[in-house]
Design a protein around this ligand. Structure first.
Ligand code: PGA
Length: 251
């Protein structure tokens, strides 16, 4: 089965509601003809509901940037899956390297979130990737293996099919230093083979996105790689023109 490409924009901690609505509208209009891929927008929490209104009846998918594993309770500052489901969120980013680096996210907490998401109607976009130090020490395959094994622990073959993975080398995020298409492909192929060792055939159907300084100028070469099935975009998704340039990589 062909893997439909995914182009996802992670807005991180950017955009007021007014700015978010304007950007979502521009992306929705510009992406209307993009039948070759799924387009995903992940605004900050305050903008999710208004952006949901803009995206209703469009092909663009709404995502959150994180979620708690409990359905509700005394967890000040957190947001639950039922809250996201109720406003029409269909995906959620889990384990972004900034969550791991600054907010204590570990493979164990990633795993709790992933399992909870798989019990809901949402789909997780699970982020993995090594730091520069780990790559320079030649440990990148070990680190990614550990993140995969820990983050996806206990998943069934069937639930694997609902997961989207994002390989984001930390040294490429927000640095302007993209992994070359060949370097990214090497890791994507490795990830797929690790998944097939653990989960069998289904690994061939899992979408694996690349993230880290993706721009209109480098997306086409990345997308030509056999195991790169899309992109998770940070900086270049904050302006409609550059994000649309990425979405229309095949134009
Ligand atoms: P970047 O961020 O495109 O700004 O490098 C990617 C990400 O963090 O998902």
């Amino acid at each position: 089965m062909a893997r439909t490409p995914v182009i996802a924009g992670n807005w991180k901690m950017h955009k007021t509601v007014a700015e978010a609505v304007a950007l979502a509208q521009a992306v929705k209009d510009g992406a209307a003809g993009a039948a070759h891929c799924q387009v995903v927008l992940a605004p900050p929490y305050t903008a999710l509901y208004p952006v949901a209104g803009i995206l209703r009846d469009s092909r663009v998918i709404l995502a959150a940037q994180n979620v708690h594993w409990e359905p509700g309770g005394a967890f000040t500052g957190e947001i639950s899956l039922p809250m996201l489901e109720a406003i029409g969120c269909r995906m959620v980013i889990i384990g972004h390297s900034e969550r791991r680096q600054y907010f204590g996210e570990t493979d164990a907490t990633v795993n709790r979130r992933v399992r909870a998401v798989l019990d809901s109607d949402l789909q997780p976009i699970v982020c993995i990737g090594e730091t520069l130090e780990e790559r320079e020490a030649g440990r990148h395959y070990d680190v990614v293996t550990q993140q995969l094994d820990g983050g996806l622990d206990g998943l069934t073959r069937r639930s694997l099919l609902r997961i989207i993975l994002a390989y984001e080398p930390v040294w490429a995020i927000g640095t302007g230093r993209t992994a070359s298409p060949e370097t990214a492909q090497e890791m994507h192929a490795f990830i797929r083979s690790r998944l097939s060792e653990r989960f069998g055939e289904g690994a061939r159907e899992v979408r694996i996105l690349y993230g880290g300084s993706v721009k209109p100028a480098n997306i086409a070469a990345l997308m030509r790689q056999p195991d790169i099935d899309g992109a998770l975009v940070g900086g270049a998704c904050l302006e409609a023109d550059s994000f649309l340039g990425i979405i229309h990589y095949n134009a």
